[in-house]
Unconditional design. Sequence first.
Length: 272
Amino acid sequence: MVVAITRPEVKETVNLETATRIALVVEYDGTNYFGSQLQANQPTIQAELEKALKNLTGEKVRIAAASRTDTGVHAHGQVVSFKTTTTLPLEAFVHGLNHYLPDDIAVRSAHKTALSFNARQMAISREYTYTILNSATRSPLTARFAHRIAGGLDIEAMNSACQLLVGIHDFASFASEMGDEPEKSTSRNVRRADVMRNGEMIIFTIVANAFLRHQVRNTAGALAQVGLGKMSAAEFNHLLEVKQPGLAGPTLPACGLCLVQVNYPCAIEEMR
């Protein structure tokens, strides 16, 4: 069953004739939120940012994010933008918004851009990491940001499988089924994919022009199967070849996923 998600409409009070556009780099712990995008009667990153902007500027604004993150997913370098007529200096958006935002959301930097800047459409790639705690025992200090796998993981085998992901491929098998809202295209350009170990932490990094629904979490789940010796490189490659939605996995929990950064053709402040 597909459940429709209703998102409240926001009527902007910004005078478009005198508006400028501001881009923010935002960090957040997504544990307590139903994703980044506005939803009716649910706490979201967008709702908190728009509420803080209203408190700071007195304007009702609609923000646009470079990458949509799902329930429980974190971000270190999410980029959002909005139009405003305020004359506040850029540093006021950092310190002022952080005053009004809850402790699990913070603005890291603010930049003035061209009014035509589009945080999502102008991005050339997004970088995500998925973190696994490879430990026989649980860790209360990392539970919000890493998924624990007790069995030993073969990092070399996982990296070999990662190389199969690089390039332009149809990643349908690595996307969750979309129900009545299928993706127009399931082809994506993966520019980097690798796995590294840092003590008990296993970090899977993937950079691509864009991602399908649950693609990173499904890919991390399949790679974990490779690392545990439950899936061969040939079987992993078969997932790419058959292009069957929902085939890869298991879908690992949202807690380990983090949007690290969004990349543009140049620095954000140069997007004029």
